[in-house]
Design a protein around this ligand. Structure first.
Ligand SMILES: Cc1ncc(COP(=O)(O)O)c(C=O)c1O
Length: 410
């Protein structure tokens, strides 16, 4: 059911800009799984897109101190000078990229950064190239802003990564942006410098196309993968690139709602116009906490990375041991995006034929009480996403249930 039809049922006439946009499948599954749990069923939810760690204590203390200092009022529109300085320093230290303070913007989550950027730049019919599978919000935000998402399938054999010839073919005079996300939600795939280079060469040949990169999972990479952001590889693209990041995933701060970006001054200014009429500024207390997250000790990131890697290995090997499933080992983030082609066409013990990945994930929820998200929610089938940001005990039990459920298919 779409948002629009729901609102119409209640007697409202929704705006046409949301008429085609459905309620996120991830949220629908989460709501259904939580309701089943409330009813006493032993549901394990592997759908959440947030770390299971706590926000570090030094960050919490910084927030308390900010409250005690009276930092409880509106701040500068797109970020306090202290936070912008910490972000500039982070870009220099970790990414080898120089952004001046007026080339930095702070918003209520990276999601609002994306929203501000598209609202500020997209005219009706402008195209945004999005490699698929993609984080569901990308296409919905583009559509809300009147743009046209151009979805390019990038399958498991291609490492879920966009290739230069695909990008070249997808570019039209209407292309406004290319949106790249590394490591990716949902696939966990990441672009090395060698993966990025041919794509950046294509972009150099098309000066009307701007590049948006979502580096949200930068700190969650494995096996010595060298994270790199495109502007560090190709400074000639800096004048038309928006480099997005945030504290949500690295510092386990999803609820604090702080995201940020570096980009050309004119774009940053245009984004501030949108923000000024949406939220006025990000939360003062969360900004103070984010200064501490970025400036404070960073060593714990390595420990958390190791813990995620352990769980990734557990999930990937368990999935690959199940006949009918095939999981590529992701370079980063805390998701696996496993193929399930081998179960399509099979029949459940209740006699239901599995026609699509969403039938398979429905079956896992109903019969095995494990909530995962079908690939169709991310634009690529037949796959399903597991978020392994949960305890090892829960993961082990969930994977055993998935294996048993698959074994019962005929
Ligand atoms: C790829 C990606 N980008 C951005 C975000 C949004 O993060 P924030 O919490 O900063 O809005 C998410 C959250 O799930 C994500 O997966």
């Amino acid at each position: 059911m779409t948002v629009a039809s729901k609102i119409e049922e209640a007697g409202f006439q929704p705006a046409s800009r949301i008429a085609a946009i459905g309620v996120s499948k991830i949220l629908q599954i989460g709501a259904r799984a939580s309701a089943m749990k409330k009813d006493g069923l032993p549901v394990i939810i592997l759908g959440a897109g947030e770390p299971d760690f706590d926000t570090p204590d030094n960050v919490k203390e910084a927030a308390k101190a900010a409250i005690d200092r009276g930092e409880t009022k509106y701040t500068a529109l797109d970020g306090t000078p202290d936070l912008k300085k910490a972000i500039a320093e982070k870009f220099r230290r970790e990414n080898n990229v120089d952004y001046a303070l007026d080339e930095i913007t702070v918003a209520t989550g990276a999601k609002q950064i994306l929203f501000n950027a598209f609202m500020a730049t997209i005219n009706p019919g402008d195209e945004v190239i999005i490699p698929t599978p993609y984080w569901t919000s990308y296409s919905d935000i583009v559509e809300i802003c009147g743009g046209v998402p151009v979805l390019i399938p990038c399958d498991a054999e291609a490492g879920f990564r966009l290739k230069a010839d695909q990008l070249e073919k997808a570019i039209t005079p209407k292309t406004r942006w290319v949106l790249l996300n590394s490591p990716s939600n949902p696939s966990g795939a990441a672009y090395s410098e060698a993966d990025y280079r041919p794509l950046l060469d294509v972009l150099l040949r098309h000066p009307h196309v701007w590049l948006m990169v979502d580096d949200m999972y930068e700190h969650i990479v494995y096996d010595g993968f060298q994270f790199v952001t495109p502007v560090a590889i190709e400074p000639r693209l800096k004048s038309r690139t928006l480099t997005i990041n945030g504290v949500s995933k690295a510092y386990a701060m999803t609820g604090w709602r702080i995201g940020y970006a570096g980009g050309p001054k004119a774009l940053i200014k245009a984004m501030a116009v949108i923000q000024s009429q949406a939220t006025s500024c990000p939360s003062s207390v969360s900004q103070a906490a984010s200064v501490e997250a970025l400036n404070g000790p960073q060593d714990f990131l390595k420990d958390r990375q190791a813990s995620f890697k352990h769980r990734r290995d557990l999930v990937v090997s368990a999935l690959n041991a199940i006949p009918g499933l095939a999981c590529r080992t992701p370079e980063g983030a805390f998701y696996t995006f496993s193929g399930c082609a081998g179960v399509i066409g099979k029949t459940t013990p209740k006699g239901k034929r599995i026609e699509a990945d969403s039938d398979f994930t429905d079956y896992l929820l109903e019969d095995a009480h494990v909530a995962v998200v079908p690939g169709s929610a991310f634009g690529l089938s037949p796959f399903f996403r597991i978020s392994y940001a949960t305890s090892e005990a829960e993961l082990t039990e969930a994977l055993k249930r998935i294996a048993d459920a698959c074994a019962k298919l005929a």
